[in-house]
Design a protein around this ligand. Sequence first.
Ligand code: PGA
Length: 241
Amino acid sequence: MKSLIAGNWKMNGLGASAAEIEALIAQFDGSAPDDRDILICPPATLVNRFASAYSDEGFLIGGQDCHAKSAGAHTGDISAAMLADAGAAYVIVGHSERRADHGESDADVRAKAEAAFGAGLTPIICVGEMEADRTAGRALDIVGAQLDGSLPETAEDFVIAYEPVWAIGTGLTPTIADIDEMHDFIRGRTRADIRILYGGSVKPGNAKEILAVNNVNGALVGGASLKAADFYPIIMAAPGA
Ligand code: PGA
């Protein structure tokens, strides 16, 4: 299975941020390695520009969210078909920031994942427990319930990202034993060929250890994906296929 290293730029990035991708390409000596998948999910405004400029350089481009409907009266929203039309290959759905800021339920996330697959995109479905759930020993139950509610019923191809909410943007990470336990648990709930990413404060200093864990098939990287100097060593820390 090829590792997938995905950068989630969140609400960061202007046209000038293309310089960071150019810097990655320079580090790669021209084109991205093909023994791992490298995905950049910039803000929607940059999807088409980046897909046009960098798909041929070996980069996959993705969206950060999509609407469950293909078109209609939903001001400000973007459909999966629009992202695909702009050149995206993937889309993140159910990120904890969307679940918290926009009240997205597991059912919403499942509908988005199915819409994404229907439009030819691979959805990356995010799950993860709150700190209180982890402390109370409920992390597996919470994530199990999110998987039951969010995983698509019809889509054949998708990615799962385990992102403990308390680890996102905090510099905190679960222990390697806890990541191992959770990814093993998630593997038991899905097929052998589905990639399971870890996300939450992945940095150059911890990437190798995390990416070596059984059933960790890549990473979803937020803050450290914004700078080529941080993202490059994380990409290279993934085991090659
Ligand atoms: P972080 O974010 O790497 O900045 O913790 C990860 C994410 O939210 O996908």
